[in-house]
Design a protein around this ligand. Structure first.
Ligand code: AHR
Length: 622
């Protein structure tokens, strides 16, 4: 492998090259990244126009002690359903309530992870026909272990109208499979609505589950595409993600049923929270909005103006003056400063749809007129032929077999260097090569990313998909990060992305691979500066996709700096004994990069590439 490190042959890589794509799929947000512990906190999961579905709330008590139903008496206009609990036991002449009382419990998203010593804030809205004494408790899944409890006691006049109550519960034990209970031993009728339980410590205090965000932060993402994917489109337009229903006080959000991935979200993780997370991660948000097209229905271009206005309003919400109509709502939510929204995607995977082009042009011209600096992303692939409409970027999605993705490392070699740049916003190996996240899949992805790095004059951004899966609701395999209520691990695909964290904004060098095994090898080289320590690194990455070990000679030419063989030069290898090896909760690091000192670091090095491996040689330069 010849690496020419001379500046003349090098090319700057876009600062935005590698980022992340978050979609509400697999309970990635609700029951995942968003730290809310209660599932279906407003009892709305059936939607506003169908009989309520209180699932997964369950009843504690029997027909003689309790009648639980729902009605539309909530004080919140956009989510009218409330839980009605008629307690039959507990007064003279009636049955005695069971010890512990009767009521309801919520198991969260396959169990709440309650940790000893941590405090949880429970907020709920309550109304009653009389005085109340309600126990609010964090319990084990069997309802026998009490991790924390507090009582809400109020006179009849205090709760004759809807009243907000808050309690702090400090856990005396750890249980990853806990539940929240609301119980009483007092006869009467009580209504509950908008019951929330959140840990007090969340990422930067903004409501995100820290361990999961830290895994994202470790990827050093340069952009954050959200909130979908198909989630943005919906099977039907009525179930698409519409940002206006996801902002403002959380209690007032209607929530919605995502009919592509088939689950309800309370939309606590809404448009504002996505923008906040992008800011917290130091990335640029890329907002994907619905362009009047879903999987099964579409708005005619002649009627699409309300959707266009919704997008304009969304941009104003993100970055408008705090006194503007929508900017003021953002300011009231706690962020008077604008968010740094520079990119929007007009729809998702809608290019072939009848009304896409017509609708797109309406969005493009309206946004361009009002916000000329906003960069817009078209759904139509411009990698092999020119787009027939204006765009700053075109979206490119690829889900395929490992062999195919390996060869697609050359996908952009012959793409026209003129015209809009590519945004590879979704890529992954899927199907039997991938399982739930195999080494094989990850190696092909590594090769594909090397190809992108080398073609970063035409590819401006790239992100893997999907990012997250809650192991209890696998709607899509594989995914980068697997979690449940209390644990998480990266798949090999996640670890491959970690090899590219220094690439955005670095310089890609000219490399020539002269090897008789070059059909199974692909390599790239970059130089990047570690400004914190004032050091410059040469990073050479090689995928060996073949089943034989390769002895490779690496020669570096044209270096301004001398290579040095200090402890700072390292080698990191991702491989495993079996090509289909995966990580799991039992073996979360079975396939994980291993870093060692590179003892023969120099301008000429003989290195060994294990079969089926991805290696990064990181040479510290003087
Ligand atoms: O990443 C999963 C899905 O794949 C996305 O929702 C969609 O854009 C693509 O089809």
């Amino acid at each position: 492998l010849l690496v020419n490190a001379s500046k003349e042959l090098g090319r700057p890589i876009p600062k935005t090259l590698f980022g992340i794509f978050f979609e509400e799929i697999n309970h990635a947000g609700a029951g995942g990244l968003w730290a809310e512990l209660v599932s279906n906190r407003g009892f709305e999961a059936g939607g506003p126009n169908v009989p309520s579905n209180i699932d997964p709330w369950s009843i504690i008590g029997d027909d003689f002690s309790l009648i639980v139903s729902t009605d539309r008496s909530s004080c919140f206009e956009r989510n009218k359903v409330a839980l009605r609990m008629e307690v039959l036991c507990g007064s003279e002449g009636t049955a005695i309530c069971p010890a512990g009382g009767v009521g309801v419990y919520n198991p969260g998203f396959w169990g709440m992870n309650i940790l000893k010593g941590k405090t949880y804030k429970v907020v709920l809205y309550v109304r009653s026909s009389g005085a109340i004494n309600v126990s609010v408790s964090l319990m084990g899944s069997d309802g026998l272990q009490t991790l924390s409890t507090a009582n809400i006691i109020a006179s009849a006049s205090e709760v004759s109208n809807w009243t907000k109550m808050e309690v702090l519960l400090k856990a005396n034990a750890t249980n990853p499979n806990s539940r929240l209970q609301l119980t009483t031993t007092r006869k009467g009728v009580i209504w509950f609505d908008q019951v929330s339980a959140m840990p007090l410590d969340t990422y930067k205090g903004h409501g995100f589950r820290s361990e999961l965000v830290e895994m994202l932060a470790d990827l050093k993402p340069r952009f954050f595409r959200f909130p979908g994917g198909c989630f943005v489109e919906g099977e039907w337009l009525r179930n698409a993600f519409r940002w206006k229903a996801t902002v403002g006080p959380w209690e007032e959000r209607p929530g919605h049923f995502g009919d592509v991935w088939m689950y309800w979200t309370d939309d606590g993780l809404g448009y504002y929270e996505f923008l906040q997370l992008a800011e917290d991660l130091g990335t640029l948000p890329i907002w994907v909005f619905n362009n009047g097209v879903s999987h099964n229905d579409q708005v005619d271009t002649s009627s699409v103006i309300p959707f266009v206005q919704e997008a304009l309003d969304g941009i104003e919400f993100a970055r408008g003056d705090p006194n503007s109509t929508w900017g003021s709502i953002r300011a009231a939510m706690g962020h008077p400063e604008p968010f740094d929204l520079r990119y929007v995607a007009i729809g998702n995977e809608d290019c072939g749809k009848k009304n896409y082009r017509g609708n797109y042009l309406k969005f493009y011209s309206a946004i361009n007129k009002t916000y000329p600096d906003i960069k817009m992303i078209s759904n139509c692939d411009g990698s092999s032929r020119a787009l027939d409409h204006p765009a700053h970027f075109y979206d490119f999605h690829i889900y395929t077999s490992a062999n195919n993705l390996f060869s697609l490392a050359h996908q952009f070699d012959n793409t026209s260097r003129d015209g809009p740049k590519a945004f590879v916003s979704e890529y992954a190996v899927t199907g039997k090569d991938a399982g739930k996240g195999s080494l094989l899949a990850a190696l092909a992805e590594a090769a594909f990313l090397i190809g992108i790095e080398k073609n970063s004059d035409v590819v401006e951004m790239a992100s893997y998909a999907p990012l997250f899966v809650n192991a209890n609701d696998r709607r899509w395999n594989p995914d980068a990060i697997v979690f449940d209520s209390s644990q998480q691990y990266g798949t090999p695909s996640y670890w491959v992305q970690r090899f590219f964290t220094e690439s955005s904004g670095a310089t890609v060098l000219h490399t020539t691979l002269k090897s008789n095994t070059s059909t199974s090898l692909i390599a790239s080289a970059i130089t990047w500066e570690d400004s914190d320590f004032d050091k410059t690194y040469l990073k050479i990455k090689v995928v060996n996709f073949g089943s034989n070990q390769v002895n490779l000679k690496i020669s570096v030419d044209g270096m301004e700096h001398n290579l040095i063989q200090l402890s700072g030069s390292t080698k990191t290898v991702l491989t495993s004994s079996n090509l289909m090896d995966e990580n799991s909760f039992q073996e979360p690091t079975k396939v994980k990069p291993a870093k060692t000192l590179l003892e023969n670091a120099g301008k000429d090095m003989d290195v060994i590439l294990p079969p089926h491996s991805f290696t990064s040689f990181d040479l510290l330069t003087e």
